[in-house]
Design a protein around this ligand. Structure first.
Ligand code: FMN
Length: 207
């Protein structure tokens, strides 16, 4: 079993979402000592390639019946590597903070690499819906925010992530969401994170 942890905070050891993910993984490792767990951070400057003009033109060239250039093909190698890395995982843990009601830009760039027509999703012209081309697998989201609640209409993080993963064909998604991480003292912040212990333990047991 091969688990991929994609983390979306640049804060390393100080990251709330990474601390919660560590609690989840500690429990998961106890239950499944033989499972391989890989970690990538979307801010690491290595695993999350740039996605700019060359990529955008290359991406839509087949839809416009335009030839794909050597430059575009070369740029696409890193995108394809990212897709293969994602698709090779049997289970995916995604830990991510909210930034301005949505996901940090580096997570958006990771998802821009991942969402490729004809490769990771198709389009049903009758229903006008995207159809996922990747296999379903368990996905655990561990999300953090200072104050934005999940049900107040300002949350563009969880609905966006759910929509992207479902568009890829991944339906088995579980969510732990910590919506009030900002507290005046370090003790209070830690106590708040600790309050997710049982939820993370249960989530790890069923992952
Ligand atoms: C650039 C930036 C934007 C943020 N935007 C929001 C927001 O829109 N809503 C919210 O509730 N919290 C917001 N926060 C707070 C973080 O989501 C919160 O501190 C979270 O726990 C950070 O997780 P991390 O430590 O894993 O990065 C923002 C934080 C930063 C740095």
């Amino acid at each position: 079993m091969n688990i991929l942890h994609i983390s979306g905070s640049p804060k390393g050891e100080r990251s709330d979402s990474q601390k919660l993910a560590a609690g989840f993984l500690e429990r998961y490792r106890l239950l499944h000592p033989g499972h391989a767990i890989r970690h990538i951070n979307v801010f690491d400057g290595r695993t999350n390639p740039d996605f700019g003009a060359i990529h955008a033109i290359h991406k839509l060239a087949p839809l416009f019946h335009e030839p794909q250039t050597d430059e575009g093909k070369q740029a696409w190698v890193a995108t394809e590597r990212l897709i293969e890395d994602f698709d090779g995982a049997d289970k995916i843990l995604l830990s991510c903070p909210m930034w301005n009601y949505s996901v940090p830009w580096a997570m958006k760039r990771y998802l821009d690499n991942l969402m490729q027509p004809g490769r990771t999703f198709g389009f049903d012209a009758t229903t006008r819906q995207h159809v996922g081309l990747l296999r379903d697998r368990p996905v655990q989201f561990i999300l953090t925010r200072s104050s934005t609640a999940s049900d107040d209409g300002q949350d563009f993080q969880l609905p966006y992530l759910l929509h992207i993963f479902r568009s890829l064909g991944v339906q088995d998604i579980r969510v732990v969401s910590a919506c009030a991480t900002t507290k005046p003292s370090a003790q209070e912040r830690q106590a708040y994170l600790d309050s997710f212990f049982l939820q993370l333990k249960d989530a790890a047991a069923t992952f």
